[in-house]
Structures are given as C-alpha cells and as structure tokens.
Design a protein around this ligand. Sequence first.
Ligand SMILES: Nc1ncnc2c1ncn2[C@@H]1O[C@H](COP(=O)(O)OP(=O)(O)OP(=O)(O)O)[C@@H](O)[C@H]1O
Ligand SMILES: [Mg+2]
Length: 433
Amino acid sequence: MPRSLYGRAALILIVPVVTLQLGVSLVFIQRHFEDVTVQLTNGLILEFQLLQETADGANNQGEALIVVDKIATPLRLNASYSDSETIPSQNFRRFIDITGGTVIRSLTDGIPNIGPILLPNDHEVTVFLPTKWGDLNVSFARNRVSANNPHQLLVWTIGLGLFMVIIAFIFLRNQLRPIKRLSHAAEAFGKGHHLPYRPSGAYEVRSAGNAFLEMRARIERHIEQRTLMLSGVSHDLRSPLTRLKLALSMSDDPSANGMRKDVEDMQRLLDEFLTFARRDADSASDVESVNSSELIGNIVDGYATRGEPVLLHETIGEGTLQLRPTAIRRAIENLIDNALNYGSCAEISVVHRKKSVTISIEDSGAGIPESQRIEALKPFARLDPARNQNIATGVGLGLSIAADVARAHGGQLRLDTSERLGGLKADLILPIG
Ligand SMILES: Nc1ncnc2c1ncn2[C@@H]1O[C@H](COP(=O)(O)OP(=O)(O)OP(=O)(O)O)[C@@H](O)[C@H]1O
Ligand SMILES: [Mg+2]
C-alpha cells in the first residue's frame, strides 16, 4: 500500500477501472468478435457448397469453370482451377491474426473435405474446394469472413481509459492539496512556527482547517497570557526584593546572613521564571547554520574554565545544523547542570547519523527511574524531595525547557539510563536539514 494519501486515492481509482476494462475486453470483446466471424463464415459456406454442386454438375473441367464463374462473379468470389502441384500442403495464418483461427475452424467444420485455407494478410483469403474436376481455387476479400480491425475497439478503450485516468488524477490532486496545506500548517505550528493558512477545499477539509485555526489562536492566546503573567509577576517582585537586599546589607543582625542567601535564591528563581517566560520570544529568533562540534566544544570549554567536571567523551561524524543557537545552548546547559547537580560529573557524546544528530549527556548519579521520566519532563516538576537534598533551589523547569527546545527544532529529548556511568543519560535528538 502506498504511504501517501495521493498514492492510495490513485490506487483506489485505478484498480477498479483497469480491472473492469480488462475483464470486459477479455471476456466480452473476444467472444463478440468470434461470434461475428462464425456467422459470416457460415454464410460463405453456403456459397461454397453452391459452387461445389455447380462444378460437380458439369461435364468437364472447362465447362465447370464457365458455369462456376457465372455464379462466382456476382458473389464477388474469384474462382479458377489450379495445377495440383501449386497447391500448398497445409493451412496458413499469421501469428498475430486473432480471428484467423476461428475462420479456419468454422470453414473446416462446415466443409469437412475442404483443402488448405490461406490467410496471408488482412485483405485476402484463398481456399481450395475439392470438386469432381480437381481442386477449385477460390479467393475473396478478408472482410467477408471477419469484422474489420478488431483491435480498434481495444485501442479506443485503453486510450479513453488513460485519458480519463489522467483527468481524474488532476482533479484528485486539486482535492488533496488543501489537506496537504493543512498538514503543513499544523506540523509547522507544532514546531512553533506560525504559517499563514486559509481553509479551502471540500466541506470536511474546510471545517478541519477552521478547527485548526481556532485551536491555534487559543493556544497562542494562552502562551501570550502565560508569558505576560510570568514576566509581570517576576518583574513586580524584583523591586521589593532589591529593597529587601539593600536593607539586609545594611543590617548587622547575625541572622541576616541566612536571609541574605534566601533573598539571593529568590532572585535567581525569578530570573529563571523570566527566562522561561521569554523562551517563546527567543524561540522565534533566527535559525543559523552551526557546526555541531564547535557548539558543543564552546559549551564544554565554558564549564572547564570554571573548573567544573564536564568533558567531551566522543564525537562520531561531523556536520552543520540549522538551529537557534541560544535555545539549543540553553537546553544543553540545563542537561549538564542537572548532571552536575544530581551526579558528580557530565560526559558528552555527539553522534551524527544520516538524518539526525544525537547529543547525549551522561552522569554517574542516581538517574531517574523509568516510571518517573514522563513526570520529570513536565514544567515545575521536581522528583521525590529526598533525592534532591543537596540542591534545594531548583525550580523544575530545566528538563521541560530542554524538551521544548528539542520539539521546536523538530527533534526530541529522550531520557535513558547510562550504561557506562550508571546515572541518567539524556539524549537530545535533532534532525538534520
Ligand atoms: N541527571 C539527573 N539525575 C537524577 N535525577 C535528575 C537528573 N536530572 C533531573 N533529575 C530529576 O528531575 C527533576 C526535574 O529536573 P529539572 O531539570 O526539570 O528541574 P530541576 O533541576 O529540579 O530545576 P531547574 O533545572 O529548573 O533548576 C529534578 O528535580 C530531579 O529530581
Ligand atoms: Mg535542572
């Protein structure tokens, strides 16, 4: 079965038409032409029998020829006596002569002692009729025994059939185009692009298109509201926090130290909220051609200069990717931060395949059990607090942001267990091109 809707529809259209045509042609047309041939030949047999009787009634060969000729001419038959040596020994017909076999068969059935029957071409037939005075050579036009050009009907059916199939194809394509446009628009929206789209085509397609437009508008409204709210809250909380920080820095109360740290944490959380809220804005930023090894190298170097245990484990293949560098950088850094926070080190590998690049970040921590992986990818989700004892300040956005970035690039984030290090293995899979 073809995979595309177009291929399937074409198949549904062509198979019945071709089967019908072939069936009708083979069964009906063949039989019809045979019947016509048999009927015409039967008529001719009566004329041959008349010739034979007339010749047999004569007194010698010369007389026989005269009387036979008298009947033969108005019947448009050519009759003559030929030398017995020139008479061929068997019937002759060309291989491609479809009705020729029927002609020979019915003539032989009608006149059992008939001599050889010759069908050398489309225009002429010669038979040898035994008479008292020798074999009478009778020739006549081929169209007296079989219908003219039987293949013409076949050519017309096939030709017209092809013509209709081509027209149907064109109409079909026009009907399928709106579905294709809808699927393009929906696919692009899934990756975070807003393509111009106007519903068109058949009623069902148009209503699906309208439903898509409404859904898209609703989702966009939602995103906008969320962004506004998050950035509003973060922004409004900043000024009181700054004032608190200022006040704390002036106080010499010993308990102020702890409070100062809390205020700093809060500020960091607010920054993360703001980044989260702005993400949609920068997911619309420009796509650039980036060399994958260079990008990863930069990120790893950044951590290395800060003395963090992040290293490049292996790179297989090389290639240029079309991506939004800031977003991808944030996704990879989120994964590395997690590896450092929940494990003790981060090892990165980059594997290029024909259609995709996989960037894996592995650590030696406790990992995430399979049953909790879906939960961990949700925004603001933090797993079992006992696991997070050493770091109290996460928000639960890191993995969700990374997954969103991957999706916006047409790829995906997959969580797995690292076979080498025993902790979590996060695979960021990005399509090429
Ligand atoms: N490498 C890892 N090893 C073990 N558990 C992990 C790892 N990465 C994430 N997790 C678990 O998944 C949860 C969600 O991770 P996520 O990065 O989304 O949030 P976070 O690290 O808690 O906060 P944020 O990254 O926003 O500061 C974490 O709270 C942690 O329990
Ligand atoms: Mg994190």
